[in-house]
Design a protein around this ligand. Structure first.
Ligand SMILES: Cc1ncc(COP(=O)(O)O)c(C=O)c1O
Length: 313
């Protein structure tokens, strides 16, 4: 978040306008809703899976468009090349938070984005033991940002965290292959389970944007969500009591599989202010509540047996 806020406050001035994805990492959504407007920067949220909605949100003073693909937590995708064109026509820059995809899976700069942001805390480090963030972009712009983000705002990475993250990055491509294989196996298993209402995984043909996923992602990463039939809170309790391989926890992208339950009403109360078609679009991915799963590096067989133990209880 230090990288993200350094980029926002390093590139925007009072009087500028930001178009922010209406569903994104909660910390980012809340920063855009509660903090950024206090600096005199106007913020409009838009459904970045809907190109007309993004186009309509753009104004003459729009300087930045902020997409997240896949977006946390509902795994809706943004057509990065198409949104980059909207940004270019508006004379604005496009930022893509590609944390959930990683550079192994999606290359936003090659698709026309101006800036890419990653939480290094997640897949790039890969072991859940260090915090960090990165902004990627052209050299001159980065030099300016470095001064704001590092010196003025103090968002400096500790040397030990930098060392851990650098060590993690060496195995990124191998880990991403295993995360994607595991996620595909778990997604297919869940999709065939009688207790499961719906699975959202970009690698499944049932994902509403499967064609875009195939075009834009070289594999499908390790994040999936699922909805259960009946009481999600009760299934969440079963996870807490019975899981042996999964850990019930937030965060994502580490070697261990993580799961947690997010009731949609809670999300709408705490982080996302949505109405009309934007609310319908969010609900079409999230239903009444999702289990967000970060598939780790365990044997998919063990993960599926763990899920059966919980869902069949
Ligand atoms: C997509 C995305 N971007 C940014 C962040 C913020 O990362 P950090 O916790 O490293 O500040 C998160 C955290 O979950 C995230 O999921």
């Amino acid at each position: 978040m230090a990288a993200a806020s350094g980029l926002l406050l390093g590139t925007l001035r009072a009087g500028d306008h930001l178009v922010l994805s209406d569903v994104c990492y909660a910390g980012m959504a809340e920063l855009g809703r509660d903090t950024i407007p206090g600096f005199g920067i106007e913020v409009t949220t838009a459904d970045f899976s809907n190109l007309d909605a993004v186009q309509s949100a753009v104004r003459p003073n729009t300087r930045l468009l902020w997409a997240e693909s896949p977006c946390n937590p509902i795994l809706r995708l943004t057509d990065i090349a198409a949104v980059a064109q909207i940004a270019r026509r508006a004379g604005a820059a496009l930022v893509v938070d590609s944390t959930l995809a990683t550079p192994v899976v999606t290359r936003p700069l090659a698709l026309g984005a101006d800036w890419v942001v990653h939480s290094l805390t997640k897949y790039l480090n890969g072991h859940g033991d260090a915090l960090g963030g990165v902004v990627i972009g052209e050299r001159a712009g980065l030099a300016k940002l470095r001064q704001h983000a590092l010196i003025h705002f103090g968002g400096a990475l500790s040397p030990f965290n930098a060392w851990l993250i650098r060590r993690g990055i060496h195995t990124l491509s191998f880990r991403m292959r295993a995360h994607a294989e595991g996620a595909m196996a778990v997604a297919a298993h869940l999709e065939s389970h009688q207790r499961v209402h719906r699975v959202i995984y970009p690698g499944l043909p049932s994902h509403p944007q499967y064609e875009l996923a195939r075009r834009q992602m070289t594999s499908f990463s390790g994040m999936l969500t699922f909805q259960v039939k009946g009481d999600g809170a009760e299934v969440a309790r079963q996870f807490a009591c019975r899981a042996r391989v999964f850990t019930c926890a937030v965060s994502l992208g580490k070697q261990r599989s993580l799961v947690f339950y997010l009731p949609t009403e809670d999300l709408l109360r705490s982080s996302f202010t949505l109405s009309g078609p934007a609310l319908e679009s969010c609900r079409s991915f999230a239903g009444d509540g999702i289990f967000r799963v970060s598939v780790g590096l365990e044997d998919p067989y063990d993960l599926c047996r763990d899920l059966d133990r919980i869902l069949d209880a």
